[in-house]
Design a protein around this ligand. Structure first.
Ligand code: R5P
Length: 302
């Protein structure tokens, strides 16, 4: 049954607009919360431009737009901005953008002279379009969110991934982060799996994008290991980590990632390197998306 959700604290109503890139996730969130979805007309013009029209009533309502921004990132960001603009013009009082995968978040500082801080450009664009606050999942670096021109927060899906592996019989597996920056992801997973955790040392060439990793002695000999990462793009990071794990005697190797971008033959390369299975979330819908973000994100809206 579809009803309105009244916020516990505020007594305000909320409606959901599932964006074209996250239709199923948006529907699942609305279903879990039992809240109304606002119909959206979406089409592509023959020249490739996106067109949106909000058809339902949003006058004086709080509206949550669910739209991931995985490839084609630029198109999906523009769609999100258009939906926010349309909803505001249609009378929406407040817009929350739920963006499970926030594109451009990895370019959150100047790595080389002359670059853009791309994520800040995106944040300003969303502000101008009418976004009032934003919720994302496992953003690469949380601290950039404090610089956004509206309140923004990130939540972690790693506990859900760890639960998935635990339910599949991977209790006590070693939780590994492929670099030091992701060590807290491995620790989150360890708290659920009940084993140990650790990290490898990764280096990325800023000009070529190539990844290198130093051999490191970890207590994984004869143990099952699950590598946890926020994003798998080309798979280079995971393949390099697997090489080291094999050298130091890991038994079975599994991979859990929040955002399975899996560009080109990334999954094949990972499986060929000796990984048993890659599990991702529906942040980016694909055949590896075995874990849904709907329960996590619906909790954030209550
Ligand atoms: C970067 O540090 C991220 O946490 C991921 O490890 C990275 O984006 C993965 O990229 P790739 O799969 O291309 O190595």
């Amino acid at each position: 049954m579809i009803t309105d959700l009244y916020h516990l604290n505020t007594g305000k109503k909320m409606k959901i607009i599932p964006g074209p890139a996250s239709k199923h996730l948006g529907e699942r969130i609305a279903g879990l919360l039992g809240i109304e979805m606002v119909p959206l007309v979406f089409k592509r013009h023959p020249d490739g431009e996106s067109y949106v029209r909000v058809e339902g009533k949003v006058q004086d309502e709080e509206v949550a737009i669910v739209q991931t921004t995985s490839p084609p990132q630029d198109t999906r960001l523009v769609q999100l901005a258009l939906v926010a603009d349309a909803a505001k013009r249609h009378g929406a009082k407040k817009i929350t953008a739920i963006v499970p995968y926030l594109a451009y978040a990895r370019q959150d500082r100047l790595f080389l002279k002359g670059e853009a801080i791309s994520i800040m450009t995106i944040a300003r664009m969303l502000k101008v379009a009418g976004v009032d606050n934003l919720i994302t999942v496992n953003i690469h670096e949380e601290k950039i969110l404090s610089k956004f021109p509206f309140p923004a927060r990130t939540v972690s899906a790693v506990p859900l991934l760890a639960e998935h592996f635990k339910n599949k019989g991977c209790k006590k597996a070693f939780a590994l982060a492929p670099d030091k920056g992701a060590v807290w992801l491995a620790e989150e997973a360890r708290n659920i799996l009940g084993g140990e955790s650790g990290y490898l040392e990764k280096d990325r060439d800023r000009y070529t994008g190539n990844v290198s990793m130093k051999k490191k002695l970890l207590d994984v000999k004869g143990k099952n290991v699950i590598i946890f990462d926020d994003i798998i793009s080309t798979g280079g990071t995971i393949v390099a980590a697997v090489g080291i794990l094999k050298e130091i005697g890991a038994e079975r190797i599994y991979v859990g990632c929040v955002h399975p971008l899996l560009i080109g033959d990334a999954e094949k390369r990972i499986l060929r390197s000796g990984v048993e299975v890659v599990v991702g979330t529906d942040s980016i819908p694909s055949h590896v998306s075995k874990v849904s973000l709907a329960p996590l994100l619906s909790r954030e809206l209550t």
